[in-house]
Design a protein around this ligand. Structure first.
Ligand SMILES: Cc1ncc(COP(=O)(O)O)c(C=O)c1O
Length: 417
């Protein structure tokens, strides 16, 4: 094998998979165990309870599945819907595109609301569709909370408001109706792959029916675990949903939950212990502190981009993502050259532009177990690469802007004071 390691650490700044912290790596360095012994169900019980906390739900039912984000999508869709069901969904970037492709291949009736890449979901269009849907033919609204390809975060609280209140306009004459009768009954399915555990996400408060994420993103674990949380309404829908599912059938899990053994098939012991350590790290810092840290890192990155004189692919501030920044490059530069040079010369891994924005953007991932100084290292690497590829940047300009902000805003480490 060619020697590809390089001196020092690789600076992994793609928006997933992300760095795995040492305590998680160490927790996973262990032998296999009999998953039917009492120890594994006891561990699993605490994991399921704690996973609910990262979704901010007390009423949801969590499933930890050996899969990736893509499998978690499939699990969400097939457990709650039947072929031919109408879904309203948003196309705003590569990951929403891939989810839509899956929705079509699973034979749902997919109504796509498309926006420019760099814009958020068009919620006015959603409002019109819900308002026109007198017969409640829309069975689900599917939305990617954070589009990782463009660095766009959608406003889920507004989506919930639309589902709760838009429909009352067409039945508002029914004075005796309860608030529930005014709600649109569509399920709300949310891809939280690059948001949950990093961005503000409130499953119960926002009435999310199925939320999902993957282990290699903000949880900072290896790839291989999908996390899904289903609301009581989603579990009810699963009783009549006719989509074919076997490996992903929630019922198999629920049977084993009742038995207290938890696993319908062999779980990865190493990943379970890794998850325990990952959650412990998050709770030690405090989930809300984790979210504030991502807010800080996102802002610092955007300040650097501005200081370099470059533009964010995300077109409006309301959509700025605190987990990934997609940076637009001038037309005389191919952004893929930036990514290639960063890796070859500085041992820095940046995200490529995908599909429609290939060559036009490079992405800085700032999610997971990551701190201010690590980010500054990445930003200084980006500056050097920009100079390498012929962009006239003043070295230190972006780092200076970010450091000035971070020096003012970084709190003490909660566990050290
Ligand atoms: C928002 C989003 N959804 C879904 C996926 C797909 O996840 P996976 O690659 O784990 O299947 C990704 C992957 O980056 C993503 O960013």
């Amino acid at each position: 094998m060619d020697f590809v390691y390089g001196a020092g650490r690789n600076h992994l700044f793609v928006p997933g998979p992300v760095n795995i912290p040492e305590p998680v790596i160490r927790a996973m360095n262990r032998n296999n165990e009999d998953y039917r012994s009492p120890a594994v169900p006891a561990l699993t019980k605490t994991l399921l309870e704690d996973v609910k906390k990262i979704f901010k739900t007390t009423t949801g039912t969590p499933f930890i599945i050996p899969t990736t984000g893509t499998g978690a999508w499939e699990s969400a869709l097939t457990n709650t819907l039947s072929p031919g069901d109408k879904i309203v969904t948003f196309l705003i970037g590569q990951f929403s595109l891939l989810w839509i492709d899956q929705q079509k291949r699973l034979n749902f009736n997919v109504d796509v609301i498309e926006s420019d890449w760099g814009q958020g979901a068009n919620l006015d269009a959603l409002a019109s569709k819900l308002q026109a849907d007198w017969s409640h033919s829309i069975k689900a609204v599917c939305i990617v909370h954070n589009e990782t390809a463009t660095g766009v975060t959608n406003n889920l609280a507004t989506v919930r408001k639309l589902l709760d209140f838009v429909s009352n306009r067409h039945i508002s004459l029914n004075e005796s109706g309860s608030a529930d009768e005014y709600k649109h009954p569509a399920l709300l399915l949310v891809d939280g792959v690059s948001s949950i555990c990093a961005l503000d996400f409130r499953m119960d408060e926002w009435g999310v029916d199925v939320a999902l994420t993957g282990s290699q993103k903000a949880l900072s674990m290896p790839t291989g675990m999908g996390f899904i949380c289903a609301s009581p309404k989603a579990l009810e829908a699963a009783k009549t949903a006719k989509s074919l599912r076997v490996f992903f059938d929630w019922n198999d899990y629920l049977k084993f939950y009742k038995l207290g053994t938890y696993w319908p098939y062999t779980p990865s012991i190493q990943l379970l212990y890794g998850l325990r350590a990952a959650l412990d790290l998050i709770f030690e810092e405090g989930l809300d502190n984790v979210i504030s840290r991502h807010t800080r890192l996102g802002k610092a990155t955007r300040l650097a981009v501005e200081a370099w004189g470059l533009k964010n692919c995300t077109q409006k501030e309301e959509w700025f993502s605190n987990t990934v920044t997609a940076v637009l490059v001038p037309s005389y530069i191919n952004s893929a050259d930036i990514v290639k040079r960063a890796w070859e010369r500085y041992n820095l891994s940046l995200g490529l532009g995908l599909n429609k924005v290939a060559g036009k953007v490079f992405r800085i991932g700032h999610l997971g177990n990551l701190n201010e100084l690590q980010l500054l290292g990445c930003l200084s690497g980006v500056e050097m690469v920009l100079k390498d590829v012929g962009y006239p940047v003043k070295l230190g300009s972006g780092v200076g802007a970010a450091a000035t902000y971070l020096q003012n805003s970084t709190p003490m480490i909660p566990s050290r004071i």
